[in-house]
Design a protein around this ligand. Structure first.
Ligand SMILES: Cc1cc2nc3c(=O)[nH]c(=O)nc-3n(C[C@H](O)[C@H](O)[C@H](O)COP(=O)(O)OP(=O)(O)OC[C@H]3O[C@@H](n4cnc5c(N)ncnc54)[C@H](O)[C@@H]3O)c2cc1C
Ligand code: SF4
Length: 562
C-alpha cells in the first residue's frame, strides 16, 4: 500500500460514480409463469414496511368481519436480512405516537421499548473538555422512549404474522416488474442466491430469481434505496432539492458504569466544516448505545467516520463509561438528511407507494425517523385498502397517499425545520446562529428554500484528517474488528454487488478507503481492491462512489440489538 500522505489535491466524486443501472431494475418482462401471486408487497421489513402491512391486514380483516366484501388479500413483506431486524440500525429514542396509532388497544408498557427517557443533556465538546449547553427545543425528548430498532422490528414482525401477513426474510428484491410499455408496476423480482464469484450457479445452494406479482408494491427499502431511485428517475419525479445524506456509525456497549440520561454532543472531534454530532443513549441496565452521525458533504476526502468515532471514545466525557466495558455490537447506516425540500414531489405511482426513509421522512435536528416511517406506512396502507376496494390501483387511485402525507404531521414537522440542516452548509458557527433563529421562529425566519447540491457533486480535498487511532481492541477497534462485531458472515465467493466506476483515480480510491466504515475498499498504489463481502449495506458508497446493488438474500450484517 502506498503512503496515503503522498496523495494531495482535489477529488470530484461525481466523475467516478457509475450511473444508476435503471434498466436492470425496471423490468419490462412478463412475470415468470411460476410467479407467486400476492396482492400487496412491501419491499423491506423495517418499521415503515411492517407498520404498513399490519395496518392493511387489520383494515382487510375488519372489512371482512363487517361484510364489506374485500375478500382475501395476500400481503407479503420481503426483507433482505436473514432474519427480521438483522439489518435494522437506529439510535434509538422513539416518539411513540405511531406505535399508539397502530396499537391503540395496547398499554405503553406492552410496547417493545426499553423505558422512557428520564433525563437528557447536550454538550459542546473541545478536545479535552465538555461544556453543557441548554437543550435546543428541537432536541428535547420528554415523552419519548429508548429502544433497539432490531427489537422493535422483530416485535412488529410477530404482530404482522399474527395477522396473516406473509413475512419472507432472506429475500432481497433486485427489480420492479412493469407492465408492457406502460408505467404500471405489477410486482417484483428477487435476486438469485447461490451464485459464485463469476455470477454462475455454484457458490452455494442455487436459487434463481423469483417473481412475485402484486397489485401494489410499497417501496419501504429504507435509506438510499436503489429501487426507489430507479422508480423516481424512470418516472421523472423530482424534488426541490436533491436528497443529501449522513453516515451514522454506532457501537453497543455493555458497561460497568450505568448511564442515566440521553446525551448528544456537538463540536469536537468534527472539523468546523463538517455537520454532525454524537449520541450516547442508555438502553437499560448496563447497555449503552453510542454513535456518531456526520453529513456526507464533509470536505476532507480523508475524513473517516469510523476512525473519528474511535478517537471520540477517548474523550473524558465518554471514556469513563466505556473503560472496563465491552463493545458487543457495531454497525453503520446512512440517514437521508435533506428534509422537507428533498422529499419527492409525489410518493406514489401506478401500482407503487414510497414510504419511510426511502421517501426521506427524517427530521434531522431531532434525529427522528422511526415514527415518520411507521406513520407513512400506515397512510399508504389506508390508501391501498381503498384502492383495492375501488378496483383502481392506477396512479390516480393511489394519489391520496401523497395527499395524506402532505396533510400529516410528517410534512408539518419537516416544514418547521426545513432549513436547519441546510444552514450548516456554510460552517458550524454561522450555521448554529442561523439554526437558532429558525428554531425560535418555528421555521418562519430564513424560511425560503436554501439550495444544496447533491453530495456526490461536491468536490473534496485530500487533507490531513489528523492522526488515525491505533486500535487497542478494548476501547478502540479496527474496521476488521468492527465488521466482525456486526455479525456479518457473508460468503466470500459471492459476486461483487458494488458497481465500481471506470478508471477510478488513486485520489478517489483513497477517499473510498476512508469513507467506507467497513473497510471494503483498499488502495494499493493506483489499484482499488474491493472486499465486497465485508459490506454492511450502509449505502454510503452509493451516495459518493461505487453503486450498491441488492445481493443474495441473507447476506450482510446480523444485528441483534442495534
Ligand atoms: C445512526 C442512526 C441513528 C438514528 N437514531 C434515530 C432515533 O434515535 N430515533 C428515530 O426515530 N430515528 C432514528 N434514526 C432514523 C431511523 O432509524 C430511520 O428513519 C428508520 O429506521 C426508517 O425506517 P424504514 O422502515 O423507512 O427503513 P429501515 O429501518 O432502514 O428498514 C428498511 C428495511 O428494508 C430492507 N431492504 C432494503 N432494501 C431491500 C431490498 N432490495 N429487498 C428486501 N429488503 C430490503 C432493509 O434490510 C431494512 O430492513 C437513526 C438512524 C441512524 C442511521
Ligand atoms: S461498501 Fe458497503 S459498508 Fe462500505 S460504504 Fe458502501 S454500503 Fe457501506
Amino acid at each position: 500500500m502506498s503512503e496515503p500522505g503522498h496523495l494531495t489535491g482535489e477529488v470530484r466524486p461525481a466523475k467516478y460514480q457509475p450511473p444508476l443501472p435503471v434498466d436492470e431494475m425496471i423490468l419490462r418482462e412478463q412475470p415468470d409463469e411460476e410467479a407467486v401471486p400476492m396482492d400487496v408487497i412491501f419491499v423491506g421489513g423495517g418499521p415503515a414496511g411492517l407498520a404498513g402491512a399490519i395496518e392493511l391486514a387489520r383494515l382487510v380483516a375488519k372489512d371482512n368481519e363487517e361484510g364489506g366484501g374485500i375478500g382475501d388479500v395476500e400481503i407479503g413483506v420481503l426483507e433482505k436480512a436473514g432474519q427480521l431486524g438483522e439489518h435494522s440500525l437506529s439510535g434509538a429514542v422513539v416518539n411513540p405516537i405511531a406505535m399508539r396509532e397502530l396499537f391503540p388497544e395496547l398499554d405503553m408498557s406492552e410496547f417493545p421499548f426499553r423505558g422512557p427517557v428520564k433525563d437528557e443533556a447536550v454538550y459542546f465538546l473541545t478536545e479535552n473538555r465538555s461544556v453543557r449547553i441548554p437543550t435546543p427545543p428541537t432536541m428535547k425528548n420528554h415523552g419519548n422512549h429508548m429502544a433497539s430498532l432490531c427489537e422493535v422490528v422483530r416485535w412488529l414482525g410477530d404482530k404482522a404474522e399474527g395477522l396473516g401477513v406473509n413475512v419472507f426474510p432472506g429475500f432481497a428484491v433486485g427489480g420492479l416488474l412493469v407492465e408492457g410499455e406502460g408505467s404500471q408496476v405489477i410486482g417484483v423480482r428477487t435476486t438469485a442466491s447461490g451464485l459464485d464469484r463469476e455470477g454462475q450457479p455454484g457458490g452455494g445452494d442455487y436459487m434463481p430469481p423469483m417473481d412475485l406479482t402484486a397489485q401494489v408494491t410499497v417501496l419501504a427499502e429504507g435509506t438510499r434505496g436503489p429501487l426507489t431511485q430507479a422508480f423516481l428517475q424512470w418516472q421523472g419525479i423530482g424534488s426541490e432539492n436533491p436528497q443529501i445524506y449522513a453516515l451514522g456509525v454506532k457501537e453497543l456497549w455493555e458497561t460497568k458504569k450505568p448511564l442515566d440520561r440521553v446525551i448528544h454532543t456537538m463540536g469536537w472531534p468534527l472539523p468546523g466544516d463538517a455537520f454532525g454530532g454524537s449520541f450516547m443513549y442508555p438502553l437499560e441496565g448496563d447497555l449503552i448505545a453510542l454513535g456518531l452521525v456526520v453529513g456526507l458533504d464533509y470536505h476532507d476526502a480523508r475524513f473517516d467516520v469510523h476512525d473519528v468515532l474511535q478517537r471520540m471514545k477517548l474523550h473524558p466525557l465518554f471514556r469513563p463509561y466505556l473503560e472496563g466495558g465491552e463493545m458487543v455490537e457495531w454497525g453503520a447506516k446512512t440517514i437521508p438528511e435533506g428534509g422537507y425540500f428533498s422529499v419527492p414531489s409525489q410518493r406514489h405511482g401506478a401500482g407503487v407507494c414510497v414510504v419511510g426513509d426511502s421517501a426521506g421522512f427524517v427530521d434531522v435536528p431531532s434525529l427522528k425517523g422511526i415514527h415518520y416511517a411507521m406513520h407513512s406506512g400506515i397512510l399508504a396502507a389506508r390508501t391501498i385498502f381503498k384502492a383495492l376496494k375501488d378496483g383502481d390501483v392506477s396512479e390516480k387511485g393511489l394519489r391520496s397517499y401523497t395527499d395524506a402525507v402532505d396533510a400529516s404531521y410528517i410534512m408539518k414537522d419537516l416544514r418547521k425545520t426545513r432549513n436547519i440542516r441546510l444552514a450548516f452548509k456554510k460552517g458550524f458557527v454561522g450555521g448554529s446562529i442561523r439554526a437558532g433563529l429558525m428554531t425560535v421562529s418555528k421555521g418562519a425566519l430564513l424560511g425560503g428554500r436554501m439550495q444544496v447540491p447533491e453530495d456526490v457533486g461536491e468536490a473534496r480535498v485530500l487533507g490531513e484528517s489528523g492522526p488515525s487511532v491505533v486500535p487497542d481492541g478494548k476501547l478502540t477497534f479496527s474496521k476488521v474488528d468492527a465488521v466482525y462485531k456486526s455479525g456479518n458472515q457473508t460468503r466470500d465467493d459471492l459476486p461483487n454487488h458494488l458497481l465500481v466506476g471506470h478508471d477510478v483515480s488513486p485520489e478517489a480510491a483513497e477517499m473510498y478507503v476512508h469513507m467506507c466504515p467497513a473497510g471494503v475498499y483498499e488502495r494499493d498504489g493506483s489499484e482499488l481492491r474491493v472486499n465486497a463481502p465485508n459490506c454492511v449495506d450502509c449505502k454510503a458508497t452509493d451516495v459518493l462512489g461505487p453503486r450498491w446493488t441488492a445481493r443474495e438474500g441473507g447476506s450482510g450484517p446480523a444485528y441483534q440489538r442495534m
